[in-house]
Design a protein around this ligand. Structure first.
Ligand code: GLU
Length: 380
Protein backbone atom coordinates (compact mmCIF):
# COMPACT_ATOMS: atom_id res chain seq x y z
CA UNK A 1 0.00 0.00 0.00
CA UNK A 2 1.79 3.13 -1.19
CA UNK A 3 -0.27 5.77 0.57
CA UNK A 4 -1.12 5.64 4.25
CA UNK A 5 -4.74 4.80 4.92
CA UNK A 6 -6.46 5.65 8.18
CA UNK A 7 -8.32 2.87 9.94
CA UNK A 8 -10.33 3.21 13.16
CA UNK A 9 -10.80 0.19 15.40
CA UNK A 10 -13.54 0.22 18.03
CA UNK A 11 -13.06 -2.27 20.83
CA UNK A 12 -15.95 -3.13 23.12
CA UNK A 13 -15.72 -3.40 26.92
CA UNK A 14 -16.46 -7.13 27.02
CA UNK A 15 -13.27 -7.82 25.03
CA UNK A 16 -11.12 -5.68 27.29
CA UNK A 17 -12.46 -6.51 30.73
CA UNK A 18 -12.98 -9.91 32.24
CA UNK A 19 -16.71 -10.26 32.83
CA UNK A 20 -16.49 -11.65 36.39
CA UNK A 21 -13.25 -10.20 37.75
CA UNK A 22 -13.46 -6.89 35.86
CA UNK A 23 -9.71 -6.98 35.21
CA UNK A 24 -7.88 -6.34 31.90
CA UNK A 25 -7.85 -9.22 29.41
CA UNK A 26 -4.18 -9.23 28.50
CA UNK A 27 -4.50 -12.20 26.15
CA UNK A 28 -6.94 -10.31 23.98
CA UNK A 29 -4.81 -7.17 24.08
CA UNK A 30 -1.81 -9.14 22.90
CA UNK A 31 -3.70 -10.57 19.92
CA UNK A 32 -5.02 -7.12 19.12
CA UNK A 33 -1.72 -5.27 19.31
CA UNK A 34 0.07 -7.96 17.37
CA UNK A 35 -2.43 -7.42 14.57
CA UNK A 36 -2.18 -3.63 14.88
CA UNK A 37 1.55 -4.08 14.23
CA UNK A 38 0.71 -6.13 11.14
CA UNK A 39 -1.68 -3.49 9.81
CA UNK A 40 0.84 -0.73 10.40
CA UNK A 41 3.44 -2.67 8.43
CA UNK A 42 0.92 -2.83 5.57
CA UNK A 43 0.63 0.97 5.51
CA UNK A 44 -2.38 1.56 7.72
CA UNK A 45 -2.44 4.39 10.26
CA UNK A 46 -4.28 2.82 13.20
CA UNK A 47 -6.50 4.70 15.62
CA UNK A 48 -8.06 2.78 18.48
CA UNK A 49 -11.34 3.80 20.01
CA UNK A 50 -11.36 1.79 23.19
CA UNK A 51 -14.07 1.17 25.75
CA UNK A 52 -13.35 -0.53 29.04
CA UNK A 53 -12.60 2.28 31.48
CA UNK A 54 -15.89 1.99 33.32
CA UNK A 55 -15.76 -1.82 33.51
CA UNK A 56 -12.15 -1.80 34.76
CA UNK A 57 -12.82 0.84 37.41
CA UNK A 58 -16.01 -0.58 38.89
CA UNK A 59 -14.37 -2.74 41.52
CA UNK A 60 -12.31 0.15 42.84
CA UNK A 61 -15.46 2.13 43.56
CA UNK A 62 -17.11 -0.96 45.08
CA UNK A 63 -19.72 -1.47 42.36
CA UNK A 64 -20.74 -4.02 39.75
CA UNK A 65 -22.21 -3.47 36.25
CA UNK A 66 -25.63 -4.28 37.71
CA UNK A 67 -25.49 -1.98 40.75
CA UNK A 68 -23.64 1.08 39.45
CA UNK A 69 -25.50 4.33 38.91
CA UNK A 70 -24.41 7.27 36.76
CA UNK A 71 -22.06 8.91 39.27
CA UNK A 72 -20.56 5.50 40.21
CA UNK A 73 -19.78 4.91 36.56
CA UNK A 74 -18.29 8.36 36.15
CA UNK A 75 -16.03 7.70 39.13
CA UNK A 76 -15.29 4.19 37.82
CA UNK A 77 -14.23 5.64 34.46
CA UNK A 78 -11.70 7.88 36.23
CA UNK A 79 -10.30 4.83 38.08
CA UNK A 80 -10.39 2.51 35.09
CA UNK A 81 -8.83 4.80 32.51
CA UNK A 82 -5.27 4.56 33.89
CA UNK A 83 -5.67 0.79 34.24
CA UNK A 84 -6.83 0.52 30.65
CA UNK A 85 -4.05 2.70 29.31
CA UNK A 86 -1.48 0.95 31.43
CA UNK A 87 -2.56 -2.36 29.93
CA UNK A 88 -2.24 -0.93 26.40
CA UNK A 89 1.10 0.62 27.31
CA UNK A 90 2.53 -2.67 28.60
CA UNK A 91 1.33 -4.70 25.66
CA UNK A 92 2.20 -1.96 23.17
CA UNK A 93 5.75 -2.01 24.56
CA UNK A 94 6.09 -5.70 23.63
CA UNK A 95 5.40 -4.78 20.03
CA UNK A 96 7.35 -1.52 19.97
CA UNK A 97 4.17 0.55 19.72
CA UNK A 98 3.89 3.95 21.40
CA UNK A 99 0.39 4.81 22.52
CA UNK A 100 -1.32 8.07 23.51
CA UNK A 101 -4.53 8.84 25.31
CA UNK A 102 -7.10 11.20 23.81
CA UNK A 103 -10.24 11.79 25.87
CA UNK A 104 -13.04 13.56 24.04
CA UNK A 105 -16.45 14.99 24.73
CA UNK A 106 -19.28 15.78 22.36
CA UNK A 107 -18.22 19.43 22.14
CA UNK A 108 -14.92 18.37 20.58
CA UNK A 109 -16.93 17.23 17.56
CA UNK A 110 -19.78 19.72 17.52
CA UNK A 111 -17.83 22.95 17.94
CA UNK A 112 -16.00 23.44 14.66
CA UNK A 113 -12.87 25.04 16.13
CA UNK A 114 -12.50 22.28 18.69
CA UNK A 115 -13.21 19.73 15.96
CA UNK A 116 -10.31 21.06 13.87
CA UNK A 117 -8.05 21.27 16.89
CA UNK A 118 -8.79 17.67 17.91
CA UNK A 119 -8.24 16.51 14.35
CA UNK A 120 -4.86 18.24 14.25
CA UNK A 121 -3.80 16.53 17.45
CA UNK A 122 -4.77 13.10 16.14
CA UNK A 123 -2.95 13.76 12.86
CA UNK A 124 0.14 14.92 14.73
CA UNK A 125 0.14 11.72 16.80
CA UNK A 126 -0.14 9.61 13.66
CA UNK A 127 2.67 11.56 12.06
CA UNK A 128 4.83 10.73 15.09
CA UNK A 129 4.02 7.04 14.61
CA UNK A 130 1.94 6.89 17.80
CA UNK A 131 -1.31 4.93 18.11
CA UNK A 132 -3.97 7.26 19.53
CA UNK A 133 -6.33 5.54 21.97
CA UNK A 134 -9.54 7.49 22.05
CA UNK A 135 -12.37 7.29 24.56
CA UNK A 136 -15.15 9.53 25.73
CA UNK A 137 -14.26 11.53 28.83
CA UNK A 138 -17.01 9.86 30.84
CA UNK A 139 -15.96 11.29 34.19
CA UNK A 140 -16.82 14.86 33.28
CA UNK A 141 -19.60 14.53 30.72
CA UNK A 142 -23.24 14.81 31.64
CA UNK A 143 -26.03 13.06 29.82
CA UNK A 144 -26.91 16.14 27.81
CA UNK A 145 -23.41 16.52 26.40
CA UNK A 146 -22.37 12.95 25.68
CA UNK A 147 -21.81 11.10 22.45
CA UNK A 148 -23.15 8.28 24.63
CA UNK A 149 -21.48 5.17 23.25
CA UNK A 150 -18.17 4.31 21.68
CA UNK A 151 -19.67 2.89 18.49
CA UNK A 152 -20.79 6.33 17.44
CA UNK A 153 -17.72 7.93 18.97
CA UNK A 154 -15.61 5.71 16.70
CA UNK A 155 -17.69 6.70 13.68
CA UNK A 156 -17.27 10.36 14.53
CA UNK A 157 -13.53 9.82 14.83
CA UNK A 158 -13.50 8.00 11.47
CA UNK A 159 -15.32 10.91 9.89
CA UNK A 160 -12.98 13.39 11.58
CA UNK A 161 -9.77 11.80 10.30
CA UNK A 162 -11.14 10.78 6.89
CA UNK A 163 -10.70 7.07 7.62
CA UNK A 164 -11.68 4.66 4.86
CA UNK A 165 -12.20 1.72 7.20
CA UNK A 166 -13.80 1.22 10.59
CA UNK A 167 -13.73 -2.15 12.34
CA UNK A 168 -16.10 -2.58 15.28
CA UNK A 169 -14.85 -5.52 17.33
CA UNK A 170 -17.49 -7.02 19.55
CA UNK A 171 -18.67 -10.22 21.21
CA UNK A 172 -20.83 -11.43 18.29
CA UNK A 173 -19.81 -12.26 14.75
CA UNK A 174 -21.91 -9.55 13.12
CA UNK A 175 -25.47 -8.67 12.25
CA UNK A 176 -28.43 -11.06 12.07
CA UNK A 177 -31.73 -10.26 10.42
CA UNK A 178 -33.51 -10.85 13.74
CA UNK A 179 -32.60 -11.71 17.33
CA UNK A 180 -29.69 -14.19 16.95
CA UNK A 181 -31.27 -16.44 19.62
CA UNK A 182 -34.10 -17.08 17.18
CA UNK A 183 -33.34 -20.35 15.34
CA UNK A 184 -34.54 -18.80 12.07
CA UNK A 185 -32.07 -15.91 12.34
CA UNK A 186 -29.93 -15.41 9.24
CA UNK A 187 -26.49 -13.87 9.26
CA UNK A 188 -26.20 -10.68 7.19
CA UNK A 189 -22.77 -10.45 5.52
CA UNK A 190 -23.30 -7.19 3.64
CA UNK A 191 -25.42 -4.12 4.18
CA UNK A 192 -26.03 -1.07 2.05
CA UNK A 193 -29.13 0.41 3.68
CA UNK A 194 -28.88 0.09 7.46
CA UNK A 195 -32.45 1.23 8.01
CA UNK A 196 -33.66 -2.21 6.84
CA UNK A 197 -32.22 -3.73 10.01
CA UNK A 198 -32.83 -1.09 12.65
CA UNK A 199 -36.06 -2.56 13.97
CA UNK A 200 -34.47 -6.00 14.40
CA UNK A 201 -31.55 -4.76 16.49
CA UNK A 202 -32.89 -3.20 19.64
CA UNK A 203 -31.33 -4.22 22.99
CA UNK A 204 -27.88 -3.75 24.48
CA UNK A 205 -24.88 -5.55 25.90
CA UNK A 206 -24.32 -5.75 29.67
CA UNK A 207 -20.76 -4.43 29.99
CA UNK A 208 -20.63 -1.63 27.43
CA UNK A 209 -23.16 0.90 26.27
CA UNK A 210 -23.94 0.03 22.69
CA UNK A 211 -25.95 -2.77 21.15
CA UNK A 212 -26.32 -3.71 17.50
CA UNK A 213 -28.54 -0.66 16.90
CA UNK A 214 -25.81 1.81 17.85
CA UNK A 215 -23.37 -0.16 15.70
CA UNK A 216 -25.66 0.28 12.72
CA UNK A 217 -26.11 3.97 13.46
CA UNK A 218 -22.34 4.28 13.67
CA UNK A 219 -21.95 2.37 10.41
CA UNK A 220 -24.48 4.68 8.78
CA UNK A 221 -22.59 7.73 9.89
CA UNK A 222 -19.35 6.22 8.63
CA UNK A 223 -20.81 5.17 5.29
CA UNK A 224 -22.08 8.68 4.63
CA UNK A 225 -18.54 9.93 5.24
CA UNK A 226 -17.19 7.42 2.68
CA UNK A 227 -15.93 4.88 5.21
CA UNK A 228 -16.63 1.13 5.12
CA UNK A 229 -17.55 -0.49 8.45
CA UNK A 230 -17.00 -4.08 9.50
CA UNK A 231 -18.77 -5.48 12.54
CA UNK A 232 -16.92 -8.56 13.74
CA UNK A 233 -16.23 -10.88 16.65
CA UNK A 234 -13.04 -9.79 18.40
CA UNK A 235 -12.23 -13.02 20.19
CA UNK A 236 -9.92 -14.58 17.56
CA UNK A 237 -6.30 -14.55 16.47
CA UNK A 238 -5.50 -11.73 14.06
CA UNK A 239 -8.85 -10.07 14.85
CA UNK A 240 -8.33 -7.23 12.35
CA UNK A 241 -6.45 -8.59 9.37
CA UNK A 242 -8.77 -11.58 9.01
CA UNK A 243 -11.69 -9.16 8.69
CA UNK A 244 -10.00 -7.00 6.06
CA UNK A 245 -8.90 -10.03 4.05
CA UNK A 246 -12.36 -11.61 4.24
CA UNK A 247 -10.90 -14.80 5.77
CA UNK A 248 -13.69 -14.97 8.32
CA UNK A 249 -17.21 -13.83 8.51
CA UNK A 250 -18.21 -10.36 9.52
CA UNK A 251 -20.85 -7.86 8.49
CA UNK A 252 -19.61 -5.30 6.00
CA UNK A 253 -21.51 -2.03 5.74
CA UNK A 254 -20.58 -0.44 2.45
CA UNK A 255 -19.36 3.12 2.16
CA UNK A 256 -21.65 5.39 0.18
CA UNK A 257 -19.94 5.86 -3.22
CA UNK A 258 -21.04 9.52 -3.16
CA UNK A 259 -20.09 10.51 0.38
CA UNK A 260 -20.83 13.86 1.95
CA UNK A 261 -17.96 16.35 1.89
CA UNK A 262 -16.17 16.95 5.20
CA UNK A 263 -18.10 20.17 5.75
CA UNK A 264 -21.49 18.66 4.91
CA UNK A 265 -20.75 15.67 7.05
CA UNK A 266 -19.82 17.93 9.98
CA UNK A 267 -23.15 19.75 9.59
CA UNK A 268 -25.32 16.66 9.15
CA UNK A 269 -23.81 14.33 11.74
CA UNK A 270 -24.75 16.02 14.95
CA UNK A 271 -26.16 14.86 18.21
CA UNK A 272 -27.17 18.18 19.60
CA UNK A 273 -29.05 20.70 17.57
CA UNK A 274 -29.51 24.22 18.81
CA UNK A 275 -32.91 24.70 17.25
CA UNK A 276 -35.15 24.06 14.30
CA UNK A 277 -37.01 25.75 11.49
CA UNK A 278 -40.17 24.72 9.69
CA UNK A 279 -39.83 26.07 6.16
CA UNK A 280 -41.97 26.48 3.05
CA UNK A 281 -42.14 23.89 0.30
CA UNK A 282 -40.51 26.38 -2.06
CA UNK A 283 -37.25 26.25 -0.13
CA UNK A 284 -37.22 22.46 -0.19
CA UNK A 285 -38.65 21.75 -3.63
CA UNK A 286 -35.29 21.57 -5.41
CA UNK A 287 -33.62 19.31 -2.85
CA UNK A 288 -31.53 17.25 -2.93
CA UNK A 289 -30.21 18.26 -6.37
CA UNK A 290 -30.12 22.02 -5.95
CA UNK A 291 -29.64 23.82 -2.69
CA UNK A 292 -31.34 27.18 -2.64
CA UNK A 293 -30.82 29.51 0.31
CA UNK A 294 -33.51 29.63 2.97
CA UNK A 295 -34.75 33.19 3.28
CA UNK A 296 -36.94 34.80 5.92
CA UNK A 297 -39.95 34.52 3.61
CA UNK A 298 -39.56 30.71 3.77
CA UNK A 299 -39.78 30.47 7.53
CA UNK A 300 -43.07 29.09 8.78
CA UNK A 301 -41.99 28.72 12.41
CA UNK A 302 -38.88 28.52 14.52
CA UNK A 303 -37.89 26.79 17.73
CA UNK A 304 -34.91 27.16 20.09
CA UNK A 305 -32.52 29.80 21.28
CA UNK A 306 -29.47 29.76 19.09
CA UNK A 307 -26.62 31.84 17.89
CA UNK A 308 -24.96 32.50 14.54
CA UNK A 309 -23.12 29.41 13.34
CA UNK A 310 -25.37 26.94 15.16
CA UNK A 311 -26.75 24.00 13.19
CA UNK A 312 -30.52 23.68 12.90
CA UNK A 313 -32.98 20.96 11.95
CA UNK A 314 -34.97 21.96 8.88
CA UNK A 315 -38.47 20.47 8.78
CA UNK A 316 -41.13 20.63 6.12
CA UNK A 317 -44.72 21.51 7.02
CA UNK A 318 -45.53 17.84 7.63
CA UNK A 319 -42.91 17.58 10.37
CA UNK A 320 -40.42 15.57 8.29
CA UNK A 321 -36.80 16.55 8.80
CA UNK A 322 -35.56 17.31 5.29
CA UNK A 323 -32.23 19.00 5.87
CA UNK A 324 -29.80 20.44 8.37
CA UNK A 325 -28.26 23.84 8.02
CA UNK A 326 -25.96 26.35 9.64
CA UNK A 327 -27.71 29.55 10.66
CA UNK A 328 -26.27 32.89 9.60
CA UNK A 329 -28.30 34.67 12.27
CA UNK A 330 -29.18 34.39 15.93
CA UNK A 331 -32.70 33.24 16.79
CA UNK A 332 -33.40 36.76 18.03
CA UNK A 333 -32.38 38.27 14.68
CA UNK A 334 -34.56 35.77 12.82
CA UNK A 335 -37.48 36.70 15.04
CA UNK A 336 -36.96 40.39 14.19
CA UNK A 337 -36.64 39.59 10.48
CA UNK A 338 -39.75 37.45 10.29
CA UNK A 339 -41.88 39.75 12.44
CA UNK A 340 -41.14 42.66 10.09
CA UNK A 341 -41.31 41.05 6.67
CA UNK A 342 -41.64 44.32 4.78
CA UNK A 343 -38.72 46.17 6.35
CA UNK A 344 -35.29 45.97 4.83
CA UNK A 345 -33.02 43.44 6.63
CA UNK A 346 -30.08 45.89 6.73
CA UNK A 347 -32.26 48.44 8.42
CA UNK A 348 -33.63 45.96 10.95
CA UNK A 349 -30.28 44.51 11.94
CA UNK A 350 -28.08 47.58 11.56
CA UNK A 351 -25.52 45.94 9.27
CA UNK A 352 -25.29 44.95 5.63
CA UNK A 353 -26.62 41.47 4.95
CA UNK A 354 -28.08 39.44 2.11
CA UNK A 355 -30.66 38.25 4.59
CA UNK A 356 -30.17 34.57 3.78
CA UNK A 357 -30.97 32.66 6.94
CA UNK A 358 -29.21 29.54 5.70
CA UNK A 359 -26.95 29.77 2.67
CA UNK A 360 -27.12 27.06 0.04
CA UNK A 361 -23.54 26.00 0.83
CA UNK A 362 -24.46 25.48 4.48
CA UNK A 363 -27.56 23.38 3.81
CA UNK A 364 -27.32 19.58 3.79
CA UNK A 365 -30.31 17.63 2.47
CA UNK A 366 -30.94 14.46 4.45
CA UNK A 367 -33.28 12.63 2.09
CA UNK A 368 -32.80 8.92 2.63
CA UNK A 369 -29.11 9.03 3.41
CA UNK A 370 -29.10 9.96 7.05
CA UNK A 371 -30.39 8.05 9.98
CA UNK A 372 -31.37 10.26 12.86
CA UNK A 373 -29.61 9.79 16.14
CA UNK A 374 -31.47 9.17 19.37
CA UNK A 375 -30.75 11.24 22.42
CA UNK A 376 -27.52 10.04 24.06
CA UNK A 377 -27.91 6.98 26.23
CA UNK A 378 -27.20 7.12 29.95
CA UNK A 379 -23.54 6.42 30.68
CA UNK A 380 -22.23 2.91 29.92
N1 GLU B 1 -16.66 4.99 27.43
C1 GLU B 1 -17.07 3.79 28.07
C2 GLU B 1 -15.90 3.11 28.75
O1 GLU B 1 -14.78 3.46 28.56
C3 GLU B 1 -17.66 2.77 27.12
C4 GLU B 1 -18.80 3.21 26.30
C5 GLU B 1 -19.17 2.14 25.28
O2 GLU B 1 -18.71 1.01 25.36
O3 GLU B 1 -19.92 2.43 24.36
O4 GLU B 1 -16.11 2.21 29.51
Amino acid sequence: MAEKRNIVIKIGSALLANQDLLTPRFGFLQRLMEDVTRLRSQGYEVILCSSGSVALGLRIVGETPETAGVSDKQAAAACGMPLLLNAYKQVGHEFGIEIAQVLLTLGDFEDHRRFLNTRNTVHRLLEAGVVPIINENDSITTEEIRVGDNDRLAAKVAQMVGAKDLIILTGVDGLYDRNPDDSEAQFVPEVTDVSEYMAATQGKSTLGTGGMATKLQAANMAQEAGCTTWIAQGEVDRPLSTVLSGERRSTKVHANPNPLSGWDSWIANRLQMAGSLVVSDRALSCLPETKVPITRADIVSMDGDFTRGDVLHIYDKHGVERARGLSDFTSEEIRVLTNNPDTDADQLLGYRTKGEIIRGANLVPLETRHLLWDAPAAIA
